[in-house]
Write a protein that binds this ligand. Structure first.
Ligand code: ATP
Length: 260
């Protein structure tokens, strides 16, 4: 089991941010997490990565029971790519793409340590997989948003994480670059060392075919969870987004329309 949340509540300042969450993610599954602004998506990710602590209930991630495990060690097995993190990600003005990718291994930006040749080869191979090999020696800060996003995914993958959290990875990308990134995410799921993906989004159509399951949240509660084919229906989505919606499947991807 990759993620196992049992009766998890998280209250803060007298507010219930997550309410009776029961959620299991098994090996081989990839999940999308959907919900309106403030529905609890980021809160859930913070609990899973141990940056916040559940008020009650049991959190188990990668078979490590929280309260009985070293969270710092566990975090090395989890990759987290977030747009918010992207913006706060302070590189030295001169850091190259390759250096940023390698820094994933050292949990800090800037390579001050001697890096093994084999690790550089691994980083270059990852950049190739992400179609970024031509940028390896380019300055990270000069990249476009889409290129930065790819670099950050390569940075997360360098530790061969077992769990990869992609928090709104397509935010701010134009439709062409977005589709390229989605294709890359599909490719990542095919890798021999593919991590389990938790994909947070506001946009239903980003649920690519290899994402098998969905978790729908509203007001800190689960509206629906499970196989996407069963759970993505107009009833559940209208409840999640608080609007009457219609759903269409095109090319194996779900598309949402607002009912007028
Ligand atoms: N540390 C905190 N203390 C108090 N309230 C918090 C805290 N963190 C989050 N919240 C509140 O909890 C609710 C859920 O927030 P969360 O960030 O999990 O939502 P989200 O689904 O990720 O939203 P978005 O799509 O806007 O990123 C919000 O109302 C938010 O204001």
């Amino acid at each position: 089991m990759k993620v196992d949340l049992r009766n998890v509540n998280w209250r803060k300042n007298k507010k219930t941010l997550l309410d009776r969450i029961n959620w299991q993610v098994k090996t081989g599954e990839h999940w999308a997490i959907l919900g309106l602004n403030g529905s609890g998506k980021t809160s859930l990710l913070k609990l899973i990565t141990g940056f916040e602590w559940a008020t009650d209930g049991q959190v188990t991630v990668l078979d490590q029971k929280f309260g009985q495990t070293n969270i710092h060690e566990l975090r090395k097995r989890i990759g987290w790519v977030s747009t918010a993190l992207d913006e706060r990600f302070a590189t030295r003005a001169t850091d190259t793409v390759l250096e940023v990718v390698l820094s994933g291994k050292f949990a800090s930006v800037g390579i001050y340590e001697e890096v093994q040749e084999s690790l550089i080869d691994e980083a270059l191979e990852l950049l190739k997989q992400l179609k970024m090999e031509h940028f390896a020696h380019a300055t990270f800060q000069h990249l476009s948003q889409g290129e930065k996003r790819r670099t950050m995914i390569a940075r997360a993958l360098i530790v061969k994480p077992e769990l990869l959290i992609l928090d709104e990875p397509c935010n701010g990308l134009d439709v062409y670059i977005r589709e390229q990134l989605l294709e890359t995410i599909e490719e990542i799921t095919q890798l021999e060392t593919a991590p389990t993906i938790l994909y947070v989004t506001h946009h239903l159509e980003e649920i690519v075919p290899s994402i098998s399951h969905v978790l729908l949240l509203h007001n800190g509660q689960i509206v629906a969870k499970g196989n996407k084919g069963e759970m993505l229906n107009e009833h559940n989505l209208s409840q999640t987004f608080q609007l009457p919606v219609t759903l269409q499947w095109n090319y194996d991807r779900p598309w949402l329309q607002i009912k007028k």
